[in-house]
Design a protein around this ligand. Sequence first.
Ligand SMILES: Cc1cc2nc3c(=O)[nH]c(=O)nc-3n(C[C@H](O)[C@H](O)[C@H](O)COP(=O)(O)OP(=O)(O)OC[C@H]3O[C@@H](n4cnc5c(N)ncnc54)[C@H](O)[C@@H]3O)c2cc1C
Length: 262
Amino acid sequence: MRETFVSVGAVLTGGSAVVALRVEGFGGDLVLIGAESEVPYERPPLSKKYLRGEATFEDMLVRPPNFYSGKGIQTRLGIRATKVDLEGKVVELAGGNRVPYDKALIATGGRNRRPPIKGLDLEGVYDLRTVSDADRIRSQVAPGRKVVIAGMGFIGSEVAASQCMLGMEVSVIARSRLPLDRVLGEKIASVIESVHRDQGVEMVFEDAVEACEGSGRVERVISSWLGWALSPSPRLWPAQRSWLRTASSSMSTAARVSRGSD
Ligand SMILES: Cc1cc2nc3c(=O)[nH]c(=O)nc-3n(C[C@H](O)[C@H](O)[C@H](O)COP(=O)(O)OP(=O)(O)OC[C@H]3O[C@@H](n4cnc5c(N)ncnc54)[C@H](O)[C@@H]3O)c2cc1C
């Protein structure tokens, strides 16, 4: 009897798994179920070449779209699995369809954390995780426009660099002391900081975004540090004041949080 292998999640892990199974000779049925409507792709260019318009979506694909049908891999994209029934060996999909399986891979990855920041639902505030998110951010790019990025881990740093290369005025608010200091150590983090500063990125560290404000669309980003104004740290005053000045007109917030699920 033919075996059915199902992957719930159809990005890098799910996509690579079914591709590898087929390429390595698995002769059973393969079903790829994914909440995103695209065939499997790699996310790393989303904050780099793709965001800058130097790579196309096709460049990011795990395999070309017709690979899957050509190899007899069934794709159920743009639909969520709502339940994996381990006893009955069935994946239930939103809308009621059921996909029986012999073996299932749960490749549902991570999702962006939603911190308790007021105003995240305003127009002009963006997350970056999917290609649609990157498209939305890209549609806002124009030389001279202002962007405020919350967080300066890998993705925040990459988005800051990319937006800067596209001629935007970039400000960053980050909780850390330096960009990427926790993962790369202080020495390398200092180099990264100076590269960003040399390119004109304005950075406020040891601070956090508290609210996004505006009427309908984001116009201001307020940081927690305003709450420290009663006892301001001398080191932070100049950066904060200049940041407030630049942050006061049309602006979007990108790459709010880009770490995995928690
Ligand atoms: C902007 C960006 C840049 C990155 N850059 C790098 C980099 O330079 N280097 C690096 O090593 N890593 C990078 N990463 C991280 C890397 O992309 C991830 O590690 C990788 O995407 C993980 O792949 P995954 O398939 O396991 O999970 P995910 O990419 O999280 O995909 C999981 C998929 O499962 C779907 N899903 C979830 N629940 C369900 C459900 N119930 N039913 C159906 N589908 C569901 C999700 O919608 C999603 O489409 C970056 C990530 C981002 C967002």
